[in-house]
Design a protein around this ligand. Structure first.
Ligand SMILES: Nc1nc2c(ncn2[C@@H]2O[C@H](COP(=O)(O)OP(=O)(O)OP(=O)(O)O)[C@@H](O)[C@H]2O)c(=O)[nH]1
Ligand SMILES: Nc1nc2c(ncn2[C@@H]2O[C@H](COP(=O)(O)OP(=O)(O)OP(=O)(O)O)[C@@H](O)[C@H]2O)c(=O)[nH]1
Ligand SMILES: [Mg+2]
Ligand SMILES: [Mg+2]
Lengths: 293, 278
């Protein structure tokens, strides 16, 4: 792992004062490799290493930490900071009900499952959520959300696949108002960020419902493409946060850093399994540790 | 790529970036760059154009597979078990395959082997309707091995040409779920000796280096015999196919290029390599 690799780079340095340019060069190479092996985007790694190198050069080698640990600390601190340590990342539901939360993202990322998980979480927080199936394209997508709602005993708006998704969301909003639901969770169809028509659909849903939260749902195993997707969704929708799914796997999850670097938006929730209670708060420091490997 | 007149550090870094951002992964990228530098030192490339040609050649070698289509005549019924992690496109790919086989004059039967995920059987049933083929299913929550058994039995009784069994998405790290997959495979073999004749691992082009880990685990657990890569209609390049091809030598059967019934193509290694540099 990175800690061991840096240890071997610094084997001869213990107690020698300032980190030299040459130690730094070698260690930055190891850090760069570790991040690229974790699927962090090429350009994001370039910028990250430049920042860390600046912080590490000239740093006094503390008596209490050996140089490898010192560099690791700089890396981990900067990584944690980038991941959002100390930042507010709770859901913003401070609006006149019914408050809308829109989930969007690429095909298969885990949106529908995350909508159900979120509904359960909100109900446990004493809210009264309404699940809204707005995916009219994928076979049985509406059935999928209705089935999940039934499992949780949470209301699901009776969407039909022959209705326009924007109209469905508007009808659901009216229905929520009339029936006392305070939160709308909009499950949208998976789509490519390069699909103009479908991206425009999201823009129209946003314009009409003015969701308090627009969450990009992203798969933790996503590779280099994460920057393209996140940049595009953010540019077209101004997302408010990210849900990172399938973190119960063994992907290093570098996509999280890529997404943070290009959007600056908080990772608010993480999916830790297929069960509906597998939704957790995001821990920036834990993610930093995981990415470093 | 660089408009530089000769091969320099900038061009090499540019090539490295092309490989990494196409999700070739660090192992493969470094191996490719090393091979390239050796060949440059041996005077094999005089200019950037020639260098690009060398790189494509190196990639093709690592991909070490010709397009390897399925030989459905090998067995009747020919059983395909479709596996992979969550959300990669297994169910959709099965719908497309059914349509393709039907248009080739084959009779097809589908098995709704995902008895776990909400509305999974319903989803496959719609695809069956679109392709004009029947779907064998049971109640949600039933034993997937029981559906495998039913589907195999029905395939034999009806003398269909192809039976495709859908399975629930599962992370390769969930050992109990991988055991379940092994059990399904045993049930198929018991009911139709030699089945499954193809164990198709479906992967997502947007996946990074975890794709190789997935392939290793699934290969080890259920003897994967072919790959399908989906979502190549997006901006992801699917470069991990090269690492998988190099290490496991798995034939790539199909690529998914969209969400419609017709959006499946046989894998073309030359097109794939060309697209990497677009
Ligand atoms: N292991 C694991 N699986 C997950 C997680 N979140 C979702 N899944 C699974 O991922 C697959 C896809 O989930 P969906 O909710 O259907 O994804 P989606 O984004 O709605 O898909 P589309 O609507 O087709 O774009 C399903 O098999 C889910 O059970 C997670 O956190 N961990
Ligand atoms: N753009 C694009 N989308 C695809 C492709 N293949 C599948 N999809 C979409 O990916 C999403 C997931 O597809 P599924 O077939 O449900 O995936 P799965 O592997 O069966 O998912 P689980 O059973 O939940 O593990 C759906 O929205 C599909 O329409 C493809 O080639 N291109
Ligand atoms: Mg969905
Ligand atoms: Mg499926």
């Amino acid at each position: 792992n990175l800690s061991e690799k840096l240890d071997s780079v610094f084997k001869k340095l213990r107690g020698h004062g300032v980190l030299s340019e040459d130690n730094i060069k070698q260690t930055m190479r190891e850090v760069r490799l570790a991040l690229l092996e974790a699927d962090v985007n090429f350009r994001v790694v370039k910028e990250f290493v430049a920042t860390v190198r600046e912080r590490a050069v000239g740093k006094e080698v503390l008596k209490s930490l050996n140089p490898a640990q010192q560099v690791i600390k700089v890396v981990r601190d900067e990584l944690g900071r980038l991941m959002g340590e100390g930042e507010e990342n709770s859901l913003d539901l401070a609006a006149r009900p019914p408050v809308a939360i829109m989930l969007c993202g690429l095909q298969g990322a885990g949106k529908t499952t995350s909508c159900a998980k979120l509904a359960l979480q909100l109900r446990r927080q004493k809210r009264n959520p309404l699940l809204v199936p707005a995916d009219i394209y994928r076979p049985a997508a509406i059935d999928q959300l209705k089935t999940l709602g039934k499992q949780l005993d949470i209301a699901v708006f009776d969407s039909q696949p022959d209705r326009d998704p924007v109209l469905l969301c508007e009808e659901a909003h009216r229905y929520a108002e009339l029936n006392g639901y305070d939160t709308l969770i909009l499950d949208t169809a998976g789509r490519l960020h390069i699909d103009e028509q479908l991206m425009d659909e999201l823009v129209r849903i946003k314009a009409s419902l003015q969701p308090r939260e627009i969450l990009l749902v992203a798969d933790a195993m996503t590779g280099q493409d994460a920057v393209n997707v996140a940049e595009s969704f953010n540019a077209q929708l101004e997302i408010s946060g990210v849900v990172l799914t399938k973190l119960d796997g063994d992907a290093r999850g570098g996509a999280a850093l890529s997404i943070r670097a290009v959007t600056g938006k908080p990772i608010k929730l993480v999916g830790m399994g297929e069960k509906l209670d597998a939704l957790e708060v995001f821990h920036p420091d834990r993610m930093a540790q995981r990415i470093l490997g | 790529l660089s408009s530089s007149q000769n091969i320099d550090e900038d061009l090499l870094e540019e090539l490295e970036e092309v490989l990494v951002t196409a999700d070739f992964g660090m192992q493969t990228t470094m191996a490719l760059m090393q091979s390239l530098e050796k060949r440059i030192a041996a005077g094999e490339a005089a200019d950037p154009q020639a260098l690009r040609g060398l790189l494509k050649d190196e990639i093709r070698q690592r991909l070490r597979l010709e397009a390897a289509p399925l030989d459905l005549e090998r067995s009747s019924p020919f059983v395909i078990m479709v596996v992979g992690v969550n959300g990669v496109g297994k169910t959709t790919t099965i719908g497309k395959l059914a349509h393709q086989f039907v248009s080739q004059g084959k009779t097809v039967l589908l098995g709704a082997g995902d008895t776990f995920r909400a509305a999974a059987a319903e989803q496959l049933t719609v695809w069956g309707e679109r392709a004009g083929v029947e779907v064998i299913r049971q109640e949600s929550g039933s034993d997937p091995a029981a559906v495998a058994f039913d589907a195999a039995k029905a395939a034999a009784a009806r003398k269909v040409d192809v039976m495709i069994l859908d399975t629930a998405g599962r992370l390769h790290t969930k050992l109990n779920l991988m055991e379940e997959l092994k059990k399904i495979r045993r049930v198929l073999d018991r009911e139709l000796p030699g089945a499954p004749h193809e164990t198709l691992l479906v992967g997502d082009a947007t996946t990074g280096q975890n794709a190789l880990v997935q392939a290793r685990f699934f290969q080890e657990a259920v003897a994967v015999s072919g790959l399908a890569l989906t979502k190549l209609d997006g901006t992801a390049r699917g470069g991990m196919l090269v690492a998988i091809g190099n290490e496991l030598g798995l034939p790539v059967r199909y690529v998914g290029i969209g969400e419609g019934l017709e959006d499946l193509r046989p894998f073309d290694p030359d097109l794939f390599v060309e697209a990497l540099f677009e």
